[in-house]
Design a protein around this ligand. Structure first.
Ligand code: NI
Ligand code: MN
Length: 228
């Protein structure tokens, strides 16, 4: 089962795992770094890490059009049901996971916040560990550095996706420390350059990863798929 990964810009990702289309935190319409519109993407499942605008903005229109199942924490799933009449969802809590048609998905800890755009409580923020036939993929999503990343790394990570934007999440220095804890084969940065406050030199980050860790840093181009 081949897995293709595409960065959609900011913290948004599209995965094609075998015949299954999976989106992570789709934010396209108002995303200055996106090259696709919400009407361009396919989805069978939409993984939502937390309640912030830049992660939930396009979930409802895409879920309505595609009939995709929303996978998130329980509170966010409940909010989509009440606010958007989207009841096709699977709510979890931190540390919990479930087997989906494409692989096992676990909601991992993230140190961040999760208020929804209308001020509703969005539960705890999370990241996603995807155990796929081709290897494990870890989306840290919006988070600070935390030492328990080492435990996630113990699973054996083929590709880790880490925020490097600073201000709202880890910056470059902590994202290099995160690589040391997670020990992935490959690591890609996200959540940077979208707006001026999170402008970062991703090449500098990649250079530090190369110098200080044994992981292979990879800088995906928005909209260009690559193989896991
Ligand atoms: Ni956030
Ligand atoms: Mn964010």
């Amino acid at each position: 089962m081949a897995t293709e990964v595409t960065w959609l810009g900011h913290g948004s990702w599209s995965l094609r795992i075998g015949e299954c289309d999976v989106l992570v935190d789709p934010f396209l319409e108002d995303n200055p770094s996106a090259t696709m519109n919400p009407t361009d993407v396919n989805a069978d499942f939409i993984l939502v890490s937390h309640g912030h605008f830049d992660h939930v903005a396009d979930v409802a229109p895409i879920a309505k059009r595609t009939g995709a199942t929303i996978v998130s924490n329980f509170e966010i799933c409940q909010w989509f049901a009440e606010k958007h009449q989207l009841t096709n969802s699977f709510g979890m809590n931190l540390g919990g996971g479930t087997l989906l048609p494409f692989g096992r998905v676990t909601l991992t800890v993230a140190h961040h916040s999760s208020q929804l755009p209308d001020g509703s409580y969005g539960g705890n923020p999370g990241g996603f560990l995807l155990e796929l036939p081709e290897g494990n993929l870890y989306f840290a999503c919006d988070t600070a550095l935390f030492s328990d990343m080492k435990l996630i790394g113990n699973r054996g990570i083929k590709l880790a996706v880490l925020p490097i934007g600073d201000v709202f999440t880890m910056g470059i220095v902590d994202a290099v420390e995160a690589v040391k804890l997670i020990r992935p084969e490959r690591v890609a940065p996200a959540h940077f350059d979208t707006w001026p406050p999170i402008k970062q030199d991703s090449n500098l980050w990649a250079q530090k990863v190369r110098e200080e860790t044994s992981a292979d840093p990879f800088l995906p181009k928005v909209g260009v798929p690559f193989s896991l």
